[in-house]
Each structure stands twice: as C-alpha cells, then as structure tokens.
Design a protein around this ligand. Structure first.
Ligand SMILES: Cc1cc2nc3c(=O)[nH]c(=O)nc-3n(C[C@H](O)[C@H](O)[C@H](O)COP(=O)(O)OP(=O)(O)OC[C@H]3O[C@@H](n4cnc5c(N)ncnc54)[C@H](O)[C@@H]3O)c2cc1C
Length: 399
C-alpha cells in the first residue's frame, strides 16, 4: 500500500517540498500529489515586474515535474477535514472531489492584506499574486502621463513596486507612503542608498504616513491629509488564505498554522505547514518573515522530516537563519542588506548595479531551486518502512 502524501499549493514552498519528497522516497512506496489552483509556477517575487508589463518565463508544472514521481493536480482547495484526513477540491471543470491523505503538507501561501482599511478592496490595486499584478499592468498601460500613482507600504514589496513603476513609467507622478521613516530597518548605508535611488527616480516619499482610506482618485492619511492617487497600489504585508482557520488545526490569530521545529502541526502531527501559511519560530525566538527566504528552508525541513519519519531514519538538521534581504530598485539598481541570523540589518550592504545583478541571480536561483530541490545533496531514494495511516498514527503517538 502506498503512503499518500498530498501537498497543497505549488508555490516556492509547496513545489520545493513535493520535489524533494520525490527524491527522498521510492516511487513504489508513496503517491505524491501536488494540488494547485494554477497550471504553472508563479514567481511571486517578480509580481512588480509583471505589473509593469514585463514578460515572465512560463514554467508549467507538467514540464517541471515530468518523470519525477510528483503528480500535479490542477484544482482549487476548498476545505480540509483533518479528522477524516481528506481535502475537498474543485477541478478546472468545476467538478468537486475529495482526496484522502496519510500525510498532508499545507503550503497555500498568502495574498494581500488590506488590514480592513476602507476603500482598499474597491479602489486599490495589489501585486501579491498574478491576477492582481496583471490588472495593475493593464491599468498602468492606460494611465496617461503625469497622473499620480501612490504605493502604500514602505516594506520590501512597496519599495520594489514604487521603484519599478517609477523606472518603467518616468512620465507618471509616483509617490510612496511609508508608516515610518524610509527604510528605517536598514543599515545607514542601505537607507542612504534607498533615498538616493528614490530621489533619482523622482519618487515623492511620504514618511510617517498611515493611509486610513482609499478613494478612486486619492488616499487619506491619519493626519487628515489627502494625497492624489489615480492608482493606489496596496502593499502593507500579506494575509494567509482562510482555509486553515476553518479546520480543527491550531492556528494563530492571523490564521497561520502553528508548527514545531519540524514544520509539523502542533495539534495534528500528520499535517505539516510551510511557507507563508506557517507560523514558525526562527532564530532569536522571532517568527519567520513571510518570504521565499523563509519558505524554501521550511520546505526542505518538512520534506526531510517526513522522509525520515517514513523511512525510520534520522532527519538531517537544517538550521533556519537569514543572510540578507535582497531588494530590487527597478532593473538597474538594487540593495542587498546583509542581516544577522534573526533578520536584523548589520552594517554591510551591497548597492548599485551589482546589487541589481545579485538580486536577479537570487530570483533565478529560487525558481531553479524549486525545480531542482535536492541539487548538491545525496538523493538516495529510501524505502518506506512505515506506510499506511495506522502505522503512522502509532509513529505520531510516539513523537
Ligand atoms: C512583489 C513581491 C515581491 C517579493 N519579493 C520577495 C523577495 O525578494 N524575497 C523573498 O524572500 N520573498 C519575496 N516575496 C514574498 C514571497 O513571494 C512569498 O513569501 C512566497 O511566495 C511564499 O511562498 P509560499 O510557497 O508559501 O506561497 P506562494 O508562493 O504564494 O504559493 C502558494 C501557492 O498556492 C496556490 N494556492 C493558493 N490558494 C489555493 C487554493 N485554494 N487551491 C489551490 N491552490 C492554491 C497558489 O496558486 C500558489 O501557487 C515577494 C512577494 C511579492 C508579492
């Protein structure tokens, strides 16, 4: 009997985990199904590029996983019953189906976070996913010269969006609204560089500015000021999809699944959660930031942990830590802010064209790594010694 592993979500985390499991386990022992709502891999880290009309390389899952043992399934996940160990999905033709699992890997990622600010859903654009980025691209293409665009959010996504738009459309009047000072978490060198690039691109920076309302042609700040905005791009963080919250899984107040160091749900040990969907404590007892930089290592951890559990071997120890924050500032400029293990900026930062090139290589490398999740590692496929849900329950009880 094959052990049924279902991976939900084929973003950076889910696709990596599925591919790595397939390299670790013998095909005759496991059935690995990778469920995703779209037929191809979406490079979320390039959504600001898509929004400015750049073409992204197509990466169909049918090609990416051909011959690997991973079976991609094009379907939308609508619910999970963690007691019955089933997932409800709707396929592309609208047919509903129930899939049974022995081990579940939850990696449905996240979308934009409006924080409930009035007017956001009606008037703001977002770039947290492909549909939003494509809508913004169409809107920007129709926008006449001189019209105002406001990017709300001074975090990594907001910086990348504002600089990309300003570089691609120097004829527009681009502004950035940041809750604090511009790049206030960066090193002095990083902050200075950011200011220089924003000034060079003609971006008006509104610092210490919280936007409290979005209307069709302007945004309103907490100080009561009005900033003209024919297009508002909302980038104030990510929110997870509501599916996990509707299950019996233990989740945080924000709906992320609470996991242990092996990415195993603390309430349901046959469920693993990775990527943006998981609440993982990292170095310095700080939750990992929603990012590829966190999501990919959590996928390695989960896949290696599952493989070790099923094959009765010791899981390798992969310490989670950060090295840098890679920020594109348009296509010609970048900023690589080196950080401590717990993601705090240190003095060193790389800037300029070299940083832009570095960031491009990181993006390419992340997508390549998804398709080659065990590159450089021994990939001996091991035999499953504990297949079937009953045996697994016994293993879980031991854990
Ligand atoms: C513009 C932008 C720039 C970014 N830049 C960086 C960066 O430079 N560095 C960095 O580390 N991070 C960056 N991030 C963050 C990073 O993209 C995310 O943290 C990362 O994609 C999370 O990976 P994931 O696998 O958890 O989720 P995702 O990549 O979101 O993948 C989730 C998958 O699940 C699928 N899915 C969702 N719901 C369903 C459903 N109901 N049914 C079926 N399938 C479903 C989606 O289609 C998707 O394929 C950026 C994000 C954005 C938007």
């Amino acid at each position: 009997m094959q052990h049924r592993i279902i991976v939900l979500g084929a973003g950076y985390a889910g696709a990596t985990a599925a591919g790595r499991l397939a390299k670790r386990l013998r095909r005759e022992d496991v059935a690995i199904t990778l469920v995703n709502a779209e037929p191809d891999f979406v490079e979320r880290v390039r959504m600001h590029q898509l929004a400015t009309g750049q073409n992204l390389r197509s990466r169909p899952f049918s090609e990416m996983f051909a011959g690997t043992g991973v079976e991609p399934k094009l379907a939308k996940v609508t619910g999970i019953d963690v007691d019955r160990r089933t997932v409800a999905v709707t396929d592309a033709a609208g047919a509903r189906q129930e899939l049974a699992y022995d081990t579940l890997v939850y990696a449905l990622g996240s979308g934009w976070n409006t924080h409930g600010v009035p007017g956001t859903t009606e008037h703001a654009h977002e770039i947290a996913g492909r549909p939003g980025a494509l809508r913004l691209s169409e809107r920007l293409a129709r926008l006449e010269a001189g019209r105002p665009v406001v990017v709300v959010g001074g975090g990594l996504t907001g910086l990348e969006a504002a600089t990309e738009i300003a570089e691609a459309r120097p004829d527009l009047d681009v502004a950035l609204a940041a809750r604090g000072a511009l790049g206030d978490w960066l090193s002095p060198k990083g902050r200075l560089h950011l200011r220089k690039v924003c000034a060079g691109l003609g971006i008006t920076v509104h610092e210490d500015t919280a936007v409290t309302r979005v209307d069709a042609d302007h945004v309103t700040t907490s100080a009561g000021a009005s900033i003209p905005a024919e297009v508002t791009v909302w980038t104030t963080g990510f929110a997870v999809h509501p599916i996990a919250r509707a299950t019996a899984l233990e989740v945080t107040g924000t709906g992320q699944i609470v996991v242990d160091g092996a990415m195993r749900s603390v309430s349901h040990p046959d469920v693993y959660a990775i990527g943006d969907a998981a609440m993982v404590m990292g170095p310095g007892d700080r939750p990992l930031r929603m990012s590829c930089a966190s999501g990919i290592p959590t996928a390695w951890q989960a896949a290696d942990g599952i493989a070790a559990r099923l094959t009765g071997t010791k899981p390798p120890h992969t310490p989670l830590r950060y090295f840098n924050q890679c920020i594109s500032l348009g296509r010609k400029e970048g900023l690589i802010q080196y950080v401590s293990a717990d993601d705090r900026a240190v003095r060193a930062a790389l800037t300029g064209r070299l940083a832009a090139l570095y960031k491009e290589l990181v993006c390419k490398g992340a997508a390549w790594g998804v398709a080659n999740p065990t590159f450089g590692l021994p990939t001996r496929r091991r035999r499953v010694v504990r297949a079937g849900p009953q045996e697994l329950s016994a293993v879980n009880a031991e854990a």
